[in-house]
Design a protein around this ligand. Structure first.
Ligand code: C5P
Length: 233
């Protein structure tokens, strides 16, 4: 990451807001600096494909974070629907199993990246035990990531603390997208384990997802400019 235009395409702002108007307002404010936005379950459930289309129509790119997990046919058809909207990235749970992953990878057009979610960072080892997973978290993350890669899933969502291990394991064959990023001068909120943007890129991330430090600030654009300035230094 050497130039500002590189960083502009590699920082994804999470539009975790309750309504389409707020999301579009953020996109308009940030468009000069940011070209990629994440739409998650909160916004998609209320504003749906219309919000996706309107954000894409501004020229921005969209990461649709729906974390799909269903039978292979249903997931494959949902991948086709997302592709027909024109989104650039879509998430899927790697724990959905090999057949589901292969169906998703096959349904994907070449210009859309599917990102596999390994283990949600909100889950503890104890919580995994409760649902029958007795492996250590790190081993389970690696197992799911390998399964995804073998099934043709091109990217992973991971904590910045897992990025180095995954990069060492898979080299440049996968894209790594990391939430859990906080500039050193911002409030950590409920993110307990986080890295600064520079640290996360150095750990091997291709893209960073940043939400509240930007979207909950009184002046979101100012925060973005500060982050980009720091990365450029
Ligand atoms: O506001 P914040 O920067 O914490 O937002 C991070 C975004 O990344 C949110 O949309 C959240 O759902 C997502 N995310 C996360 N931690 C994970 C996986 C996803 O914070 N482990």
């Amino acid at each position: 990451m050497n130039s500002r235009s590189d960083a502009r395409d590699k920082i994804i702002v999470a539009l975790d807001v309750p309504a389409k108007a707020e999301a579009l307002d953020l996109v308009k404010q940030l468009a000069p600096e940011i070209s990629f936005f994440k739409i998650g379950l909160q916004l998609y459930t209320v504003a749906g494909p219309e919000a996706v289309r309107e954000i894409l129509a501004t020229g921005a790119k969209v990461f649709l974070d729906l974390k799909l997990h269903d039978i292979p046919n249903t997931v494959a058809r949902a991948v086709e629907s997302a592709a027909s909207l024109g989104v650039q990235m879509l998430t899927i749970h790697l724990s959905g199993g090999e057949a589901m992953l292969r169906a998703a990878a096959t349904a994907r057009p070449a210009n859309m990246l599917i990102l596999g979610v390994t283990v949600l960072t909100s889950l503890t080892e104890e919580a995994l035990h409760q649902v029958g997973v007795s492996e250590r978290i790190n081993d389970h993350v690696l197992r799911l990531a390998r399964l995804g890669q073998e099934a043709g899933i091109g990217g992973l969502v991971a904590s910045p603390f897992e990025a180095r291990t995954l990069r060492d394991e898979f080299g440049d064959n996968i894209k790594i997208v990391t939430p859990g990023v906080r500039p050193s001068w911002s409030d950590a909120g409920d993110q307990k384990r986080f890295m600064t943007p520079r640290e996360a890129f150095d750990a091997g991330a291709d893209y960073l997802v940043i939400g509240r430090p930007i979207t909950a600030h009184a002046n979101p654009r100012q925060v973005v400019v500060k982050i980009l300035d720091e990365l450029e230094r």
